[in-house]
Design a protein around this ligand. Structure first.
Ligand SMILES: [Zn+2]
Length: 76
């Protein structure tokens, strides 16, 4: 969504894996159900007003708190 990450002491990148369909709603632990987000967007994704517009294996389009986003789900 924003391409931001936290650079760790060892130089590696910290991002969080968010479930698109949350586990408490029977979301699965599979790649198609995971989106990599910075910590801020992870919590906005979990707690904000989210509506998924379209989801394919390649990308997800959604509206979060009034803003439209298209996120590529393929890790390149
Ligand atoms: Zn972000």
């Amino acid at each position: 969504m924003c391409k931001k990450f936290i650079k760790k002491r060892d130089g590696s990148r910290y991002v969080e894996a968010a479930h698109i369909n949350p586990k408490h709603k029977k979301g699965q632990e599979i790649a198609e159900n995971i989106i990599l987000l910075c910590p801020n967007h992870h919590k906005e994704f979990d707690y904000g007003d989210l509506s998924i517009i379209e989801q394919t294996n390649d990308k997800i389009e959604f509206n979060l708190n009034g803003t439209d986003y298209i996120v590529n789900l393929k890790i390149s």
